[in-house]
Design a protein around this ligand. Structure first.
Ligand code: UT7
Length: 324
């Protein structure tokens, strides 16, 4: 039997209509556009409207991707959705999206790997396709992270945004995805977490304590170091070198972290997709939003090699090296 590969046949994305600029945030917390932009690269973020959910954004991104792929929802045999802000505790957001798409019957589940959620979901979907279990798979990364932001805390509220991205994968006899690398280390939990879950800290009080807690400077240091070794590992696993990569499509948390990874890869910034200025950190939404932007703007072309990477709470970190 010849090997089976998973190939991205189309991408899609969705952003809430409301845009909040750094100047808007200057009015509610003690911050400046200059501080936010120079420390993070962020200029603005999209924020979900009241009642607009992660599932709504995921659905729109999925419809975009399916339309671009020319694939009907009924043809899907798996939906994997990365999120850390699901609509409900259960059913999974993947199930809610599956029903709204009319893809009933196929397997559907969420993956919670914080900001690495989409790349984790892509890695899992790749294994389903390689094993012959699935032929057409929808992979989504979607978040409404601003719902758990403390708007009085300037250290974190300026960093996040809402959004979703999706890809349709198909079984193919040529790559496709060459390799994915998924990792976690729960030992750093206290550096980046939300203290409220179901069996810890749960109360009937609306939004009680549901807030992102982050030690930014420490997370920054670990992220740069970890991504450095992740790209090394990924290149080795695929049997490639830096010069084989056409585009770096990184997690969009901080432009300085992105620049450090680009430097490690000896890539000039014009081969790096940057959307952090427009979207801020959308967690699981960030990599597929950047990928969809890169495809639809005509930057990324068929046949090019893309390196996707992400780092987030857990800690989790993950990469995918693929031919688009
Ligand atoms: O996606 C998951 C992974 N997350 C990340 O990768 C985030 C990683 N961390 C970061 O991106 C950066 O650490 C931050 C952007 C969060 C912070 O940047 P920094 O350069 O590490 O700043 P800092 O935390 O060291 O703070 C420097 C100063 C402090 O004041 P003092 O102590 O020097 O007087 C802060 O109080 O900046 C102050 N500060 C602010 N000033 C204006 C913190 N937030 C703000 C703000 N506006 N919004």
């Amino acid at each position: 039997m010849p090997p089976i590969y998973a190939r991205i046949i189309a991408t899609g994305s969705a952003l809430p209509e409301r845009v909040v600029t750094n100047a808007d945030l200057e009015k509610i917390v003690d911050t400046t556009d200059e501080w936010i932009h120079s420390r993070t690269g962020i200029r603005q973020r999209h924020i979900a409207a009241d009642g607009e959910t992660t599932g709504d954004l995921a659905l729109q991104a999925a419809k975009n991707a399916l339309e671009a792929a020319g694939v009907k929802a009924s043809e899907l045999d798996l939906i994997v959705l990365g999120t850390t802000t699901p609509d409900l505790i259960f059913p999974s957001t993947a199930c809610l999206v599956q029903h709204r798409l009319g893809a009933n019957g196929c397997a559907a589940f969420d993956v919670n790997a914080a900001c690495s959620g989409f790349v984790y979901a892509l890695g899992i979907a790749d294994k389903f396709i390689r094993s012959g279990q699935s032929k057409k798979v929808l992979v989504i990364g979607a978040e409404t992270l601003t719902r758990m932001v403390d708007w009085t805390e300037r250290e974190s509220c300026v960093l996040f945004g809402d959004g979703a991205g999706a890809v349709v994968l198909e079984a193919c006899d040529e790559p496709g995805i060459y390799t994915t690398c998924l990792h976690a280390d729960g030992g750093h939990k206290d550096l980046l977490y939300n203290p409220v879950g179901v069996s810890v800290g749960f109360t009937d009080e609306p939004n009680h304590g549901v807030r992102i807690r982050m030690s930014g400077r420490e997370v920054f240091k670990v992220a740069v170091k970890t991504l450095d070794s992740l790209v090394e590992e990924t290149l080795q696993a695929a049997g490639m070198q830096e010069s084989d990569i056409d585009w770096l499509i990184p997690h969009q948390a901080n432009l300085r972290i992105i620049e450090a990874t680009a430097k490690r890869l000896k890539m000039s910034m014009d081969r790096v997709i940057v959307t952090v200025d427009k979207h801020a950190n959308t967690s699981s939404g960030s990599v597929p939003l950047a990928l969809d932007y890169a495809v639809r703007s005509g930057k990324v072309q068929r046949g090019q090699n893309l390196l996707l990477e992400a780092f987030g709470g857990g800690f989790t970190w993950a990469s995918a090296l693929l031919r688009y």
